[in-house]
Design a protein around this ligand. Structure first.
Ligand SMILES: Cc1cc2nc3c(=O)[nH]c(=O)nc-3n(C[C@H](O)[C@H](O)[C@H](O)COP(=O)(O)OP(=O)(O)OC[C@H]3O[C@@H](n4cnc5c(N)ncnc54)[C@H](O)[C@@H]3O)c2cc1C
Length: 475
């Protein structure tokens, strides 16, 4: 994300401010395909990165949501979707007292939620990219697009754009930082050279040069809540059908597997708990599920959590340098884009002069946002599976307090905006909205039919008749 951050800074700073990217000549990359959420598109547009050029340069394909396979334990055909919904879906446009009566009626009747989106048919029949483009252009699909993309190709594209906009590149590793007596970074050590700096965005990924090494900021671990701590990654041959416009997340015996469909390959991985499987067991399970051998590319140890303070004086950490969560729902990329938007917003609104209490507000909003990510991801594991020790252990594990309370509410009614609002602070946007929570909580039974029925019964008979949901009301 380093080049993207530099492009954001180039946009917000005056032309006479130098913006530079320091990148190691031995660039480290997982070679992954990634999927963004809707704020990927906002980030590109805000920075005048043309979407058509991005698609060509980053090998991007449409992403219209996430497909969850086997999270309820009913086998590979037991699936539900969380779609990126836009205008044109009556179930979402009708809202009464903070809830969606037409969606609640579906939950009360035990119906799928994703089938209410007109464009879902195109997803189900593996429509081509051109068909999806045409469908989106009609404005009738009820869908908003994001993209899957090749992370390395995206970074190369951003570098070309960055250089063309006057950003300078230093091919060198950052070996250290010199702080002044107040703890502000004054220069970076680049091998033999010192680079004087006024402001630093640390996008050093797992190296965590700033918060981890220099400032020793406190780490808030999610290990008790999100138990997966290992991942293997591998590529798959693309299927003969067109690339699916959804990221596929399949529940496995000791975690879950992701598949990001790109044009010429599918990048995939299995995130698992080391208490319940090891590398060999994970590979064997993947091969058994797919029915063929795979060639693992990386075995990674993952420590899920975040640094309590992401912005210290004149250094702010971005993306993995500030925290990490498993790639479920592209939460890390979504959080990173929101961090970047807020860094840009604070710098622009402050005219480059930012008081300490604004930095505190950024840090507290960032921490809230991470908590929201943790709880939304934890929701996915609330799935009543008990066919393997991993799922039984999760079912028995203690829940974080905030999420435990939310879950208790969802037994009585569907998720509301007021439930999510506490995760959002100081000008930040929610990463996962009411509809996202409903789309996962209802299929898993965290919102039971009885809860949906109870809230429908609070509606007047007039509204029930107008909406045509008397069956659900009476059920
Ligand atoms: C297993 C796995 C699967 C993932 N899958 C997805 C997914 O499907 N979708 C998704 O949205 N996200 C996914 N992610 C998250 C994804 O990695 C991040 O969203 C994003 O790529 C992280 O970007 P970053 O810039 O923070 O870190 P990185 O991409 O790791 O970049 C850090 C950069 O800093 C450089 N660097 C390190 N040390 C130094 C130094 N001393 N000096 C100079 N440069 C240095 C490195 O060479 C590297 O180029 C996944 C992550 C993992 C681990």
């Amino acid at each position: 994300m380093g080049w993207l951050a530099a492009i954001e800074l180039r946009r917000v700073f005056e032309p006479d401010v130098d913006v530079a990217v320091i990148e190691t000549p031995e660039l480290f990359s997982f070679g992954l395909g990634e999927g963004g959420a809707l704020n990927l598109v906002d980030t590109l547009c805000r920075n005048q990165l043309d979407l058509d050029i991005f698609v060509g340069e980053a090998g991007a394909t449409y992403k219209l949501g996430v497909l969850y396979d086997n999270w309820r334990g009913g086998g590979i055909s037991d699936r539900y979707y969380r779609l990126f919904c836009g205008p044109g879906v009556p179930e979402i446009e009708w809202r009464v007292d903070g809830f969606f009566p037409l969606l609640s009626a579906r939950i009360a009747m035990g119906e799928d939620l994703h089938t209410c989106v007109p464009g879902f048919d195109a997803i189900a029949r593996h429509a081509s990219q051109q068909d999806i483009e045409r469908l989106l252009a009609t404005g009738q699909s009820g869908l908003c697009p994001s993209y899957h993309f090749d992370a390395e190709a995206f970074e190369r594209y951003l570098k070309r754009v960055g250089l063309s906009r006057g950003i300078t590149a230093h091919a060198s590793a950052v070996c250290g930082m010199r702080l002044d007596e107040r703890g502000y970074v004054r220069s970076l050590h680049l091998g033999g050279e010192q680079l004087e700096v006024d402001f630093v965005i640390d996008a050093s990924g797992f190296a965590r040069l700033g918060l981890g090494s220099v400032f020793g900021t406190r780490w808030r671990s999610f290990a008790n809540t999100l138990p997966t701590d290992r991942a293997i990654t591998f590529d798959l041959e693309p299927s003969e059908m067109c690339p699916d416009p959804v990221t596929r997340s399949t529940a496995m015996k000791a975690g879950w597997m992701w598949e990001v469909p790109l044009n010429r390959k599918i990048t995939a991985g299995y995130v698992f708990s080391s208490r319940h499987a090891d590398h060999a067991i994970a590979v064997a399970e993947v091969e058994h599920r797919l029915g063929h051998r795979v060639q693992p590319k990386h075995l990674l140890s993952l420590d899920q959590g975040y640094f309590e303070t992401a912005w210290v004086n004149n250094l702010v950490a971005l993306g993995t340098a500030s925290g990490f969560v498993e790639p479920l729902d592209a939460a890390l990329a979504t959080h990173t884009f929101e961090q970047l938007r807020n860094i840009g917003r604070v710098l622009t609104n402050g005219g480059g002069v930012v008081p300490a209490h604004t930095i505190e507000a950024y840090n507290s909003a960032n921490a809230r946002s991470w908590t929201g990510v943790r709880d939304f991801l934890r929701l996915h594991y609330d799935c009543k599976r008990n066919d393997a020790p991993f799922w039984r252990d999760i079912a028995a594990a203690e829940l974080p307090e905030g999420y435990a309370e939310l879950r208790a509410c969802f037994h009585k009614r569907t998720p509301r905006w007021i439930d999510i609002q506490p995760y959002v602070g100081s000008g930040w946007h929610a990463l996962f909205h009411q509809l996202d929570w409903i789309s996962v909580a209802a299929p898993l039974g965290v919102v039971p039919a009885t809860a949906a029925r109870a809230e429908l019964r609070r509606l007047s008979a007039d509204i029930v008749e107008k909406l045509g949901i008397a069956d659900a009301w009476d059920a």
